[in-house]
Design a protein around this ligand. Structure first.
Ligand SMILES: *Cc1c(COP(=O)(O)O)cnc(C)c1O
Length: 395
């Protein structure tokens, strides 16, 4: 992340209300605001005058947070939803209409795939699922849809195998076909990558993960370059996907140390991956920061220097019993199927995030019973390594 971006995280927000000198923002829980006169109420509600009327349409804590999110991504605008899934819905509900086609990566967050392939398909939108690491397959699918593809949906770093597709190439292909590129950047965060700089039109962050970082908030952010912010804002209000003031206030507090947490976690994840790569405990190690990573060229072009993310994945040699024993012995590292916390956590994709996949599909993606995903936190890296070594040794 560039220096000026780091400063965005920790700088206090400007004046929050007349006469307020606190370094911390106030919390504005009000659901409704007093209007001074009918003309100004009219202008406020038409969006012609800035200010607040009703919380679902906007509130100060949301505005403080979304300005930081916008700046971190270099977007023209940012909106907040009540979760990462709400942020996706703000995008899809604004853009999709019956007859449209959506092109999905075959490695998306499960609920994202479910929303598109199960819910949107009921409303007359068709989905094509392709391997977005294969640019020829993407080009072919876009060709076949004959201009009907409205959105291409990908993730910067996929879960759990941490593959990295070329956003620059995907944006070019999408735009040539009259389509928009939507990127879920949750695993990367703006500390690692800013998809709008590579041509993406929309980028989403589940703020519930690293950006808040303290396992106590559900929020999502949607950033855009070009496109009409007002239309997306309208969707947010109409479908009731709004953020809550206290959640935004907490997330601002989490975000204040985001750059420090990520710097530490990325450095530790790199070091731990190198230890794992040269150990005999694991069969395979997947981490975008390793020279052996399958998408290394793209990583070098697309990620900020020295930042390859805080998540790493490895395969234990064995089935579920061996994985279960390992997880049980790792007492200091909780099995908590999320990511991006202050402390290190692990997940077991086969029994959680990828439970619904057919065994053959899991196999094709390289996910086994012995696959463990580690979300590296801020503890000393040597401590994390010792925990792992103790649990490996007893296997
Ligand atoms: C968690 C997550 C989401 C959904 O975000 P919520 O805040 O849980 O709704 C979407 N994409 C990815 C990659 C995630 O990890």
């Amino acid at each position: 992340m560039k220096r000026e971006h780091e400063e965005i995280c920790c700088r206090p927000v400007g004046e929050t209300s007349a006469g307020w000198d606190g370094l911390a923002a106030a919390i504005f829980p009000s659901s409704v605001y007093r209007c001074s006169d009918p003309d100004s109420a009219d202008r406020l509600l038409a969006g012609e005058q800035s200010g607040y009327v009703y919380q679902r349409d906007g509130h100060p804590n949301g505005d403080f947070l979304r300005e930081k999110c916008r700046a971190l991504h270099g977007g023209d605008w940012a909106l907040l939803g009540s979760s990462g899934m709400a942020a996706l819905s703000i995008a899809t509900l604004t853009l999709l209409k019956p007859g449209d086609d959506v092109l999905l990566s075959d490695r998306l967050y499960g609920r994202t795939t479910q929303q598109l392939t199960q819910r949107w398909s009921q409303l007359g939108i068709s989905c094509r699922v392709v391997d977005t690491l294969d640019l020829d397959a993407v080009a072919k699918s876009l060709d076949q849809s004959a201009g009907k593809t409205r959105m291409v949906i990908v993730e910067t770093i996929t879960n759990p195998m941490l593959r990295v597709a070329s956003l620059h190439d995907l944006a070019r292909l999408a735009h040539d076909a009259g389509s928009l590129l939507y990127v879920d950047n949750t695993f990367a965060t703006p500390f690692v990558c800013r998809p709008l700089d590579f041509g993406a039109d929309l980028v989403m962050e589940s703020v519930s993960k690293m950006m808040n970082g303290h396992s106590d908030v559900m929020l999502g952010a949607l950033m855009g370059r070009g496109l009409s912010e007002a239309e997306f804002q309208d969707t947010l209000s109409v479908w009731g996907l709004a953020s809550a003031p206290f959640e935004c206030w907490l997330a601002m507090r989490g975000l204040a140390t985001f750059h420090l947490r990520m710097e530490r976690a990325c450095e530790s994840a790199q070091w731990l991956s190198e230890q794992l790569a040269s150990s005999s405990f694991v069969e395979t190690i997947h981490y975008p920061g390793l020279a052996t990573h399958a998408d290394r060229d793209t990583v070098e072009k697309q990620f900020f220097e020295g930042a390859a993310g805080s998540v790493l994945t490895f395969d234990l040699p064995g089935g579920r019993d061996l994985a279960a024993g390992f997880i049980k012995r790792l007492e200091g590292i909780p099995f908590a199927p999320s990511l991006g916390e202050v402390s290190t956590t692990l997940s077991h994709p086969t029994s959680t995030s990828h439970r619904r996949l057919k065994p053959a599909d899991r196999e094709r993606l390289g996910i086994h019973e012995g696959t463990i995903r580690l979300s590296v936190g801020t503890e000393p890296k040597e401590w994390i390594w010792q925990q792992l070594c103790d649990a490996f040794a007893a296997n």
